[in-house]
Structure formats: C-alpha cells, structure tokens
Design a protein around this ligand. Structure first.
Ligand SMILES: Cc1ncc(COP(=O)(O)O)c(C=O)c1O
Length: 505
C-alpha cells in the first residue's frame, strides 16, 4: 500500500486500458492535474516508481516515463538517493480564474479603452474595412485589373531568396532597397526631394498615423483636423491623446483662416490635400502656402496624407505639400493600399530632417519591420518600372470608372443624388435631396446589397451636409451601371414613402 501523504489521491488515478490514449499519457495527465490543483502539495514526497507501479497495476517503465515528463516540465524533482518530490515552485501564487464580469467594473477601464469608448460615443463606430468591392464600397482598388501573374512571379522569386536574407528580423526602418525605390518614385512622381534615410516603411498608413501621433503628441494637444475627415487617422490621433479641432473644408480645402481663428496654437494638422477625404476636392495652392505659414507660426507639424494622390485624372495636378515645404514641418504619408492592394499592409512616411533621428530611435524600439520578402518584391516592382506602368494604366481605368458613375448618375439619379465630378482617386461623393436623409438611404441601400457611406460617418462636428461617399475604383463600368440602377430604385422608393425615411435615426 502507498503510505505517503497523497497516497489516497494517487490511488484514485483511474487508468482506462480500453482508451486509445497511451497509459503513460493518462498517468502523466492525472498526476499533473492533481499537482496543479493542489491535491498533492508542493514539497511532498512521491511514492517510489516501483511501489506506484505495483499499486496501480502498471509496468514500472510506464511510471518512469510519466515521471520523466513531469520532471522535464519542472513539476517534480528527483533527488539522488532521497526519492522524488513535488516541486516547491508549485507553492507560488497561482492565477485564479477571473470572476464572471459583473455589471459594474471593479476598476476603471485602461486609458486607451476609455478614450476609444468616448470616441465611439461621439463619432460612431467605424465599420470594418471592406474585403471585397461591390457598388459603391470605398477604400478598395481594382483587384480585377491588378497584374497578378507578374506580381506572383516576382513575389515567388523573392520567397525563394536565401533564407538568411528573408527570414530573420529585417531593418526596422524598412528594407534599404525599398526605401531607395520609394525615394526615387517620390522624386519622379510627387516632386518630393528626399533621401532614403528619411523614408520609414511601416505597416500601412494607419501605422504611420499611430507612430506620428504617439511620437509628437502629449495628451490634450490641439490637432487641426478636416471636418469631415479621414476616419482611420482620426482614430489614431484620438488614441494618441489629440484634442481634435474640427476645421471646415470648402472648395479649396481646409479653411486655414477658420482654423487659426479657432486655435492658433495648434500642435499638429492633419490634411489630405491631393484628394480630400471624403469630399474629394484638391487643396488650392494658396491654401497650401497658408497652412505652411500657420504651421511655421505655431511651430506645429503637418501630416500630409497622400493616400491616393497617384490617381489624378482630370486637369493639372498640384504639387504635394511636402514638395513646396520650406519649413521642414511636413510629414508625408503614403501607402501601397490603393496603388497595389491593401492586404500588403505596406505604407511609408517621409520624415522632415529634424525628425529623422527621433524616428530612428523610436521606430527601432517599437517597430520590428514589415515582411522582408514582400518589401523586396515591391522594391523590384518599382525599380523595374512595373509600378509606374501599373499606376499609369490604373489612372486610365479609374477615369473610365469615374466617368461611368457620373454618366449613369446623370441618366438615372437626377433630382435624387447629385454626384460630384472628381479629379482623382477611387471615390467621390453625391449630395442627396433633403427629403432623403443620408442614414435612411444607406440603410435602405444595404438591404439591396449596395454600400453607400453617409457623410456624417466622417464628421467630428455637426455638418450641414446630406450626402454619401461613393467608391467606384473597385468595380467595373457594367457593375457601376447596375449599382446605379438599384440605387435609383432605392431612392425613388424612399421618396415615394417619406415615412420610411423619416423613421430612421
Ligand atoms: C484617408 C486614408 N488614408 C490612408 C488610407 C490607407 O490606409 P492603410 O495604408 O493603412 O491601408 C486610407 C484607406 O482607405 C484612407 O482612406
């Protein structure tokens, strides 16, 4: 009979000889569970393997194997000549199962959770970003026109590179070849003179906003923000503690005069000069200079988000803010989410010289890079001219899709939705007849599998607008036509039955 303390428990080990699970494993698991549950106390001596084997009717080898596994995990300690003991480490305080949540939390939620809850209450929840385009999803490029075969060949080649080149931790600032390729692309296509040292590769523009926000802002710092404006950037800046100052936009972009009147001592401004998100206008040159002057006076930083600036198809494009910046205060943010595709999660920022060292030190500690083989493939895609060719081709395709939307809207949506002609990008907006509230329209459209985003979703302060953001980049002209036909039915139906529209909040 086993005499030691815990002996009764040991004898309660039930071995099922009919089970497909090996007997050794059954014994190991049973002993392990007893020790972890405190059934055999830390420091207690276990019976000898021979005794235990006899009492349990098992072979001694089986018991020795189970003990070996427990020893390897540090749960028991064999002591030469003195037997085997339950490890004293099991005395350590063990985590208790979390109590079931009650209505009132025991302590306040952490700062970031609180901040984001407040942001959601004020500005509404952000819908999940789309994975598949349909009429009229925003944010997605034309997957159908992407040169997948060429990309796949190039990507496969890089995944076959030397393992040491692609499998370890990469440069936290980005693959040098990609930083050089981006600098050259910006020089040739966006008029930006920068060297590769100023380029930091990140996991999408969103990570650039997070990084810049947490690097430059103290809690409560005032940040000029376009109203309406970009949802992702808004969330990042709020998370970094920004006190967003809503600045109206007009046909020339951000109202710098209004912003200065409201808050002359701002710390940061966030703008989308090439294609205002969501309204689509281009910031005039006059406003760009006014913004630079205001930033210089306040010694404030500016984030220029050039998310789809490559796709300019109407009129002459204006120079980027970064390219005319003599103040050294503009942080330029770019992304491959529109020019290639969003699941790459590849973006970059161009730091002004004064920020390069700080960014190097912070990025080196906080970021561990983006997949090296993917960066290498994109660098080669740019260096070999495929990127420039793709962008040129997509510019034509987006112009066609834009025109298809405007033409279909002119045919079918007159008096219901006034679609604005855009000069660039993958989306535009439409202004609704006042009798058709935007939220009611978006809900009714969703029932017919049409996605249209109410402009209020982009607002950080009340807007005197009633309209929808309409993506056209991800769908073909026939799909655009069909989508407009369905949208026309939705709008006509709502107009015929105004009580439906009035009921939606
Ligand atoms: C205004 C704006 N900036 C940037 C991005 C791109 O973000 P990311 O590079 O993280 O995909 C988007 C995506 O829709 C956007 O709307």
């Amino acid at each position: 009979m086993v005499k030691r303390a815990g002996g009764a428990l040991l004898l309660s080990v039930a071995i099922d000889h009919a089970s497909p699970r090996p007997v050794t494993t059954q014994l190991y698991l049973a002993l392990r569970e007893m020790m972890l549950a405190g059934g055999i106390a830390a420091g207690e001596r276990l019976p000898a393997t021979r005794t235990l084997a006899r009492e349990l009717g098992l072979s001694r080898t089986t018991v020795i194997e189970a003990f070996d596994r427990l020893t390897a995990e540090g749960l028991i300690e064999p002591r030469v000549g003195a037997g085997t003991y339950v490890s004293r480490a099991l005395n350590a305080e063990r985590p208790r199962p979390a109590p079931a949540p009650t209505a009132a939390p025991m302590r306040p939620a952490p700062r970031l959770a609180r901040t984001m809850t407040i942001a959601v209450e004020r500005f509404g929840e952000r819908a999940r970003l789309p994975q598949v385009a349909r009429a009229f999803t925003t944010a997605l490029p034309a997957f159908d026109a992407f040169p997948m075969a060429q990309w796949a060949r190039l990507a496969a080649r890089h995944w076959r590179s030397h393992r040491a080149d692609i499998m370890g931790y990469g440069d936290p600032y980005g693959l040098p070849a990609l930083r050089r390729a981006i600098a050259a692309h910006l020089r040739q296509n966006r008029g930006i003179e920068c060297d590769a040292e100023q380029v930091f590769v990140v996991a999408g523009a969103q990570q650039a906003f997070n990084l810049v926000g947490s690097l430059l802002l103290d809690p409560g710092d005032p940040v000029w923000f376009e109203n309406p404006g970009a949802i992702g950037a808004r969330n990042s800046l709020i998370a970094s503690g920004a006190d967003l100052v809503p600045v109206p936009v007009d046909a020339q972009g951000l109202r710098v005069d209004e912003a200065e009147a409201r808050c002359p001592r701002f710390r940061l401004a966030f703008v989308t000069p090439s294609h205002q998100q969501p309204l689509g206008m281009t910031m005039s040159l006059e406003r760009r200079f006014a913004l630079l002057k205001a930033a210089e006076r306040a010694r404030a930083w500016i984030i220029e988000d050039d998310y789809d600036g490559e796709f300019h198809f109407g009129g002459a494009p204006l120079p980027t803010l970064k390219s005319i910046d003599a103040t050294g205060l503009v942080i330029y943010v770019g992304t491959f989410s529109k020019s290639l595709f969003p699941s790459l999660r590849l973006g970059y920022l161009v730091a002004p010289p004064a920020l390069v060292d700080t960014l190097r030190s912070v990025a080196g500690k906080l970021l561990h890079g983006v997949p090296t083989a993917v960066q290498a493939a994109v660098a080669e895609f740019i260096d070999e001219g495929h990127f420039a060719a793709h962008v040129r081709r997509m510019r034509r395709i987006y112009a066609e899709r834009h025109d298809a939307l405007c033409a279909a809207a002119a045919r079918r949506l007159g008096g219901l939705l006034d679609v604005v002609q855009s000069h660039s990008g993958l989306h535009t907006v439409g202004h609704l007849d006042r009798a058709l509230p935007e939220l009611a329209v978006s809900k009714a459209a969703l029932v017919r599998d049409i996605t249209v985003s109410p402009l209020a979703r982009y607002a950080i302060a009340p807007l005197d607008l009633n309209g929808l953001a309409l993506g056209f980049g991800g769908i073909t002209p026939p799909e655009i036509d069909d989508g407009v036909a369905v949208l026309a039915e939705v709008l006509e139906d709502l107009r015929r039955r105004p009580s439906r529209a009035a009921g939606v909040r």
